[in-house]
Design a protein around this ligand. Structure first.
Ligand SMILES: [Zn+2]
Length: 301
């Protein structure tokens, strides 16, 4: 009898550990312009090297205006050559939620980017909405959604949204000022922010979906990530997260959902929670002012 209990206990522990594995994957928005950013090539190389060292496949979502010209496009091409997916982040990086942005003009911008990107190795028909804004009216939202669906696009959604761009602005300023002590603290504050957002969206996911989904986190091809990616990877591992390839994450049924909310967009988990009547959600879901408290915690302002 005692053996049976022990056997059942072991089974429960094994099953339990599987159930609680939190998984996430990388997506990187925008791309880099070597004509205007002297660090563009170094940043691109550093991001790719750290992904390679961790044997992770990611997706990059380039926006043509962020690449400048062919030199920026060549940096994107390297992602595909190294086994990563290349999605679409539009031609001019505009918000669909702006009142004066028509669905027709917006769709032209998606098609224009596709023409430049579709011949690259790794091209994948996934679309990432700039600013995660998917439409301020049902008419615009559905016109763009229908166009993407008809053209065979799959989801380019994120489940974990964060404000890496905000920390990057501070990073560049401290670097320019030669303030190494602030740089060290900022990096710690940044990683804490990412862990905090991942935890938040995972908890919201469990409450909203009834399970912990395979996550896609939104980062940008910027300097703070080039300087931190290996540390980000190991910090998440230390907090019980497992890194997975982006294409595996996107197989989660979560990314098939297209919730009916206006304004549309933000994290897919945020959006589904909104649809289900969650009244605790802030809007926008992520923004710079929310981060001031975290900076203070690390002696920064
Ligand atoms: Zn972007």
């Amino acid at each position: 009898m005692r053996h049976i209990f022990r056997f059942l206990f072991v089974l429960a522990v094994v099953a339990g550990s599987g159930v609680h594995a939190k998984q996430l994957s990388f997506s990187f928005d925008d791309g880099l312009n070597p004509d205007t950013n002297p660090d563009a090539i170094a940043i691109n190389n550093a991001l790719l090297a750290q992904l390679r060292q961790s044997n992770l496949q990611a997706i990059i979502y380039p926006s043509l205006i962020k690449l400048g010209g062919s030199a920026g496009l060549q940096l994107v091409a390297q992602w595909g050559m190294q086994g990563h997916a290349i999605g679409n982040h539009s031609e001019r990086h505009l918000s669909l939620n702006k009142a004066d942005m028509s669905a027709a003009d917006y769709i032209d911008g998606i098609a224009g980017a596709e023409r430049q990107l579709q011949n690259l190795v790794g091209w994948t028909a996934r679309y990432r909405f700039p600013f995660l804004k998917e439409g301020d009216t049902r008419q615009k939202r559905d016109a763009v959604r229908d166009w993407l669906n008809d053209r065979g696009y799959r989801s380019g959604a994120v489940s974990i949204d964060a404000s890496d761009w905000f920390y990057n602005i501070r990073y560049l300023a401290y670097e320019k000022a030669g303030d190494t002590s602030s740089l060290v603290r900022l990096k710690k504050a940044y990683i804490r922010h990412l862990l905090d957002r991942a935890h938040h969206y995972d908890e919201l996911g469990k409450k909203t979906l009834g399970y912990s989904p395979k996550h896609v986190i939104l980062l940008h091809t910027n300097k703070i990530n080039a300087q931190s990616l290996a540390d980000i990877i190991s910090a998440f591992k230390g907090h019980g997260w497992e890194w997975i390839d982006t294409e595996i994450a996107y197989a989660d049924p979560l990314y098939k959902q297209q919730p009916d909310v206006i304004p549309a967009g933000e994290s897919i988990i945020w959006s589904i929670a909104k649809k289900k009547g969650n009244t605790t959600l802030r809007y926008p879901a992520e923004d710079a002012p929310y981060e001031l408290e975290n900076l203070k915690r690390f002696g920064l302002k």
